[in-house]
Write a protein that binds this ligand. Structure first.
Ligand SMILES: [Zn+2]
Length: 125
């Protein structure tokens, strides 16, 4: 079962004092990763079966969807966690903000404050 976890991070912006924030993510164990990988592969395989009935386009779609399914299987299986957000008091605007992240983002990374759009540098503890 995926676990919601968090870790401390430091958020810097220009010459402002460094703030401590919280990096929230979902951690996957071996079974979760395998389940997510097979789920993605199954969706691609199902779409490939549907594409068999599309004249001419099936010459490209069927092998393309099978290759995409294999790629998705490997990328999903390798993902050990999925980033959710960073909660921090912005060093620039001094507001408590929650910054949404892409699933593959891991500290260190740059992002923008969701309140004042300042460029923030997030680093691990
Ligand atoms: Zn801000």
């Amino acid at each position: 079962m995926p676990q919601a976890e968090s870790t401390a991070v430091y958020v810097k912006a220009q010459d402002r004092p460094v703030r401590e924030g919280q990096f929230n993510y979902i951690a996957f164990n071996g079974g979760d990763r395998l389940g997510r990988a097979f789920g993605a592969f199954a969706v691609c395989l199902l779409l490939a079966v549907v594409a068999v009935f599309i004249p001419i386009a099936h010459f490209v779609l069927v092998p393309g969807l099978i290759i995409l399914g294999l790629f998705m299987f490997v990328s999903r299986y390798r993902a050990q966690s999925a980033a959710q957000n960073v909660t921090v008091t912005c060093p620039v605007c001094e507001q408590a903000v929650t910054i949404k992240l892409d699933a593959e983002q891991q500290p260190p990374f740059y992002c923008y404050c969701s309140n004042c759009s300042s460029n923030l540098h997030v680093t691990g503890s």
